[in-house]
Every structure is written in C-alpha cells, then in structure tokens.
Design a protein around this ligand. Structure first.
Ligand code: IYR
Length: 224
C-alpha cells in the first residue's frame, strides 16, 4: 500500500547575507582543517550527553527513501571494549601478517599502523555503526532499504564532523571482516557492521602522521 505525500511549509531554512555566507564557509573550513584522525587516545571521560547530541546530528543525514538505515551502538563498557579489542586485533593480525597485499601495506606505511589496537580499550567510547539492509516494520514485516552504503556513509561523515565540532577526536577503524561486532554486541543479521568509530580526547602530546591534504585544484573541477 502506498501512501499519498503530505507537505508542510519549510520553516527551518535560514538564509544568510552573502558576506555572512562567505565568512561562515571560511570559518567552517578553518575548523575542519584542524580535524585529524587520532590513534592515541586519553581515557578521560566524555559526557554521554555530548555523544547523544552528535548522534542526533548524524541522524539528520539524508537517506534513500528516508529509510534512515543506520544504527549506532555506543560502547563504553570496559569488558565489551576489551572483547572488541581482542577480536579486532585477531583480524588485524591476520590482515597485516597474511592477507594484505604488498601494495596495500605500502599505502599504509606512511600512517604507521599495525595490528596493535590499544585505543579500543583506552578511548571512552567506541561507536559501532551498522547499516541496515532491511528494516523491520512494527507488524514484523521486513522493508527494503535503498542506497544503504551511501546513506550510512553520509551519516558517519556528519557524526565525525559533529564530534570534531564538539572538541572530540575520532578514528575510523575498519577491521575486516567485522562480523564479530554482531556477535559481541548481539545485533541481528539485517545489521551489517559498517565502521567502528573510536571517540574521545586525544592523549596528551598525541602524535599524528605528517601527511597532507590534496589542494582544491586536485579535488575539484569547475565546469563554467
Ligand atoms: N584495518 C587496518 C588496516 C587499515 C586500512 C586502511 I585502507 C587504513 O586507512 C588504515 C588501516 C587497521 O585498522 O590497521
């Protein structure tokens, strides 16, 4: 059964004078340029309310047919974090020692990563992000979701941005395969692990690799 569309007036949109628009764009870029992926985390606690608001912000992401096919599982329980670390390091060990082709290892070399993942226990929060290929209606029927990877990817980007804006650091961690997250966190099979986001304050004097971002000319083309 399809339902007729229902419209309401757009009242939330805000237009800014052009100078304000430019200033806001510049300031937002300045802020995002300071974002770095961090692998050395402090164990300092982070208020849960901040995480909740960042997740609400992520939940505003556009999604295919508005299905909102994301599920965020926020883990602060030390025993759970430790189980996730063990399972993740198992996968990563296999990746670095056996599965990764030399080309991939070469690409990772500037980042200095290895199979040791202490941050999975140190950081106050691990946010396991799941993509729902299908959803469950209240009556128990299953409903198909569309553009799931795109939608969850956008929501994840917005979450990373919201966390940065709040003054928190994050790390996108992708042990592969990540099915162990379903087992450890008791998630149903329609939820596919998308990414593990490590969240917290950077450790004091945390070091980051000396890598650079491509300039605008390399990432954008204007067809005028
Ligand atoms: N998942 C591994 C390897 C890894 C892969 C990519 I692509 C990276 O950008 C970084 C790491 C790990 O987390 O170490």
């Amino acid at each position: 059964m399809s339902s007729a569309p229902e419209f309401i007036t757009l009242t939330s949109y805000r237009e800014y004078p052009v100078e304000d628009m430019q200033r806001r764009a510049t300031e937002f870029n300045d802020s995002l340029q300071r974002r770095r992926t961090v692998r050395h985390f402090s164990d300092r606690p982070v208020p849960r309310g901040v995480i909740e608001d960042c997740l609400r912000a992520a939940g505003t992401a556009p999604s295919g047919a508005n299905m909102q096919p994301w599920r965020f599982v926020v883990v602060s329980n030390p025993e759970m974090k430790s189980r996730i670390r063990v399972a993740s390091e198992d996968e990563e060990h296999d990746f670095y020692e056996r599965r990764a082709p030399q080309e991939w290892l070469d690409a990772l070399a500037p980042l200095g990563t290895d199979s040791d993942k202490p941050f999975l226990e140190t950081a106050p929060y691990l946010i396991a992000i799941f993509a729902e290929k299908t959803g469950l209606l209240p009556d128990g029927r299953s409903v198909k979701h569309y553009y799931v990877q795109e939608s969850v990817g956008i929501a994840t980007g917005m979450l990373i941005t919201a966390l940065h804006n709040a003054g928190l650091a994050s790390l996108t961690h992708t042990p592969s395969p990540m099915n162990f997250l379903n087992d450890i966190l008791g998630r149903p099979q329609n939820e596919k692990p998308f990414l593990l986001l490590v969240v917290g304050y950077p450790a004091e004097a945390a070091a980051v690799p000396n890598i650079h971002r491509k300039p605008l000319e390399e990432i954008a083309t204007f067809v005028e």
